[in-house]
Design a protein around this ligand. Structure first.
Ligand code: GDG
Length: 470
């Protein structure tokens, strides 16, 4: 065994009688690493962990094991649906009026984090084997592991934005959570901005000293680095070449009827800016009637966190908006919005990417946003419109950047893009941007992401910090 990954989500999903890799960045990035190195993945076994605590993978010639934890439903309610999704998620996305501060959430979070840490400790027999803890569900785990194995090699990656200290100060238990994360040797975030914010937040922690990109804490030096995540470029290239997918893309264009297709692909989450995007689309159709009958927006919204009232509310809002826009503008079989509220396998998303002249990736905040990279990588003649508040904007500077809150501005930008495409203006510039973006996405490939983080984690430990000077 040579690597232990700890994440809230398991990396495999059921298909028929067997298990196949889950869709999504983390499983894609880390399953091949685990297959190569051997190791273990510790996760919440959401459905049936009681009866199936251990899975070996790949089934024919197992290389690693998935340890699936059973979590009592009450604890899931407080820790996952509570602290993770109703406190930390909105806070990290700067949406302070949605943050719920509740002590029972903290109590449950402490106890699930303890269960995860105990599961790791039961199989982590050699402190040289790196343990890599993932994301905001597990902030206390690094310190729990550190307390039990002072010499252990522990990494932590934060997948969502890390806001500045002024935002974190809303949280009464910031110190406890931050001390939890600082149990790691290496903390990874997507961008330099998040790294700066993380370091600035550590200055709020009594006893922590920030030196360059290190935090001196309890006699150790914790390194903090930007490691922007990418996509599996080889896989997306293969999908984009499949005749079945290309035919599907052509059908989507024909079904749309007009000249132009736009696409949005998001989990239905209030951070993704879907109502603002639809409002911009509505504004455009009101103010520039020449696009009626000519341009169609495919909006895919993948159901997400449907147990939470705020997500149900968002769904009602989006349903209503789509109904209103289609009711107002539909004509002769043309629909301004084609709304799909369901999940799609990623290869089918590729058909939408190939079909679209414009992708609208306009989150209000986003740690990275992989849809932006997927579209930029796959598209052959499209334009990527990207929120300047997504982590992806830092790594894809050639995208056309917008402020997702500025509905009028977004409507005018879209009008400008459609007009330039319709008139064939600026073709060279769009081509140059597209080529530059493809190079960026190639360099960010997810296999490199995992390799770079682990290489940094496995470097000789940082020089002992010595007593902190102030
Ligand atoms: C978090 C952070 C950060 C899309 N539709 C379906 C589907 N997808 C895939 C996409 C894409 C992924 O899901 C979505 O990734 P994002 O990055 O856009 O967003 P989050 O889920 O919020 O992820 C984010 C990421 O972690 C990685 O660090 O970039 O900022 O919020 O790859 O293709 N997958 C399935 N069905 C769909 O219908 N199964």
């Amino acid at each position: 065994m040579s690597l232990v990954v700890v994440a809230n989500r398991e990396p495999l999903r059921r298909e028929g009688d067997g298990w196949v890799p889950a869709v999504g960045g983390l499983a894609t990035a880390l399953l091949p690493v685990l297959e190569r190195r051997g190791g273990a993945w510790v996760a919440w076994g959401e459905k049936d962990a009681g009866s199936l605590p251990l899975l070996h993978y790949p089934p024919a010639a197992p290389r690693f094991a998935v340890h699936r934890l059973f979590l009592p439903p009450r604890e899931v309610a407080g820790s996952y649906h509570g602290m993770a999704n109703r406190t930390l998620w909105p806070l990290a996305h700067y949406l302070l009026d949605r943050v719920e501060i509740r002590r029972d959430f903290l109590t449950a979070y402490r106890s699930t984090n303890r269960r995860f840490a105990e599961a790791v400790l039961s199989l982590w027999d050699d402190p040289h084997i790196p343990v890599w803890v993932q994301d905001y569900h597990l902030m206390l785990v690094p310190a729990l592991l550190r307390a039990a194995r002072p010499q252990g090699r522990i990494g932590f990656f934060w997948h969502i934005p890390w806001p500045p200290p002024e935002v974190w100060q809303v949280l009464p238990w910031l110190e406890e959570l931050l001390a939890g994360v600082l149990g790691a040797d290496l903390v990874g975030l997507h961008t330099a901005e998040y790294v700066d914010n993380f370091l600035a937040t550590c200055r709020l922690l009594p006893g922590a000293v920030v030196r360059g990109q290190r935090v001196l804490w309890q006699g150790r030096a914790v390194r903090v680095e930007a490691h922007p995540i990418g996509i599996d470029t080889a896989r997306f290239r293969r999908w984009a070449a499949e005749p079945r997918i290309r035919e599907r893309a052509a059908r989507l264009r024909r079904a749309a009827g007009g000249r132009f297709v736009l696409v949005g692909v998001d989990r239905l989450d209030y951070t993704k800016g879907i109502p603002e995007r639809l409002a911009a689309w509505e504004r455009l159709l009101e103010q520039h009637p020449q696009w009626r009958g000519q341009a169609t927006l495919y909006q895919i919204a993948v159901p997400s966190r449907t147990r939470l009232e705020s997500y149900r509310q968002l769904k009602r809002r989006v349903d209503e908006q789509v109904g209103r826009i289609n009711g107002a503008f539909m004509q002769d079989g043309w629909l301004p919005v084609r709304y799909l509220y369901r999940a799609f396998p990623p290869q089918e998303l590729v058909a939408f990417y190939l079909a679209a002249d414009v992708a609208l990736v306009t989150p209000l905040r986003d740690g990275m946003n992989l849809v932006a990279q997927e579209y930029a990588w796959v598209t052959e003649n499209g334009v990527l419109v990207l929120s300047n508040l997504a982590g992806a904007a830092a790594v894809l500077p050639e995208a056309l950047r917008v402020n997702p809150y500025d509905v009028d501005g977004l409507a005018e930008t879209l009008h400008g893009i459609l007009a330039s495409l319709a008139e064939g203006r600026g073709r060279r510039t769009w081509e140059a941007r597209r080529a530059a973006l493809k190079e960026r996405v190639a360099a960010l490939d997810v296999h490199g992401w995992a390799a770079r983080f682990l290489a940094s984690l496995e470097q000789a430990p940082a020089v002992p910090a010595g007593p902190p000077r102030r």
